[in-house]
Design a protein. Structure first.
Length: 342
């Protein structure tokens, strides 16, 4: 895999009267990242307007292409419950949670990735409807995923990578252990062996497991549980011979007007990055680490101060640019290969 470098300028300017901080610029690379480091997310949730967006809009294609070498991660909460009407499959009747990705929507998504010279990281549902028992009570059923991938291959669409399951560590009735999620990845790897047997060059990478987000570098008990989840996933995948090409996690440190200019608060991003990379490399040296979903929270339609753009004082506003620039440099310095902005 080819790597490029970014030149990061890390400085903290504090606005106090009668003072002037100096800024030092360096042309020496502080870290190396993957060419698609600056990546971004699309979530199929109804309240993120996925089904109201024209992905063939020339303006959208131009904006996507302007990012340069990138990946589009199609994943998140909506993808947990997304069903596929492709290759002869039919979706069950939509519910409050579940939506349907038909061939037109799927084609438009792949076309956006191609038109913008982006790789598509496709987040597959680990609990598809009408598939019978699913993890954690039974092995993962990949019928829908196999139909989707077979249809895509026949249509000439090649995902760059696949994820399987989103935030499955969250304590719910259908939550999973790291080992259980790794077992589902093993089933998916076998499906890829079948689908891409005649075209191995098009076989997508497997990345994951996308556990729920880190928030604070000093929340030791919470963070240790997530470190263990990542490690258990990697150990189980390695034991089963399942090749994982990158480890991914979610992170929301919840910036707002009160802290977006506070260096100590923004340092959570770097400190978490160092801890996560160390935990991953402790069991899988050299494994690329992705911030697979990271940012100030976007709109979830709740009244939580950090869950709606209308309430979050920096989400979608200029203040988020300060966090964004700092976070991208911080994760690169910590040793991350990719940064998928939510």
């Amino acid at each position: 895999m080819k790597y490029t470098y970014i030149i990061s300028v890390l400085s903290y300017a504090t606005a106090y009267p009668n003072t002037c901080d100096s800024i030092t610029l360096s042309t020496t690379p502080s870290s190396f990242v993957a060419p698609y480091y600056a990546s971004w997310n699309i979530d199929s949730s109804r309240n993120r307007a996925f089904f109201d967006t024209n992905f063939s809009d020339p303006a959208l294609v131009r904006l996507a292409g302007a990012v340069g070498n990138t990946n589009i991660r199609f994943g998140g909460t909506g993808n947990d419950w997304l069903n596929y009407a492709v290759g002869g499959l039919r979706c069950p009747k939509p519910s409050e949670k579940s939506e349907c990705l038909n061939e037109t929507w799927a084609a438009n998504l792949f076309a956006l990735a191609k038109a913008s010279s982006s790789g598509l990281v496709f987040g597959l549902s680990i609990t598809p409807a009408d598939s019978g028992p699913t993890p954690p009570t039974a092995p993962w059923n990949g019928t829908q995923a196999k139909a989707l991938l077979s249809w895509a291959l026949e249509a000439g669409y090649a995902p760059f990578a696949l994820e399987l399951g989103n935030e499955r560590d969250t304590p719910t009735p259908d939550s999973l252990t790291g080992a259980q999620q790794a077992a589902a990845f093993g089933v998916l790897s076998g499906i890829l062996d079948e689908v891409y047997a005649s075209d191995p060059a098009s076989r997508p990478l497997l990345v994951g497991p996308d556990p729920h987000g880190f928030h604070n570098a000093t929340d030791d008990a919470f963070n240790e549980r997530h470190f263990s989840y990542l490690q258990d996933f990697l150990k189980a995948a390695a034991a089963a011979g399942t090749k994982i090409s990158a480890i991914t996690h979610h992170e929301y440190i919840e910036v707002d007007y009160s802290n977006v200019l506070e260096p100590d608060y923004l340092d959570n991003t770097f400190s978490l990055g160092v801890q996560i990379v160390a935990a991953v490399h402790n069991v899988s040296p050299g494994m690329p680490v992705w911030a697979g979903e990271i940012g100030p929270h976007n709109g979830q339609g709740t009244t939580s101060a950090n869950s709606r753009c209308s309430d979050n004082k920096v989400c979608g506003r200029f203040g988020s640019t300060i966090w964004y620039a700092d976070a991208m440099a911080s994760k690169a310095k910590a040793g991350y290969a990719a940064f998928c902005r939510q």
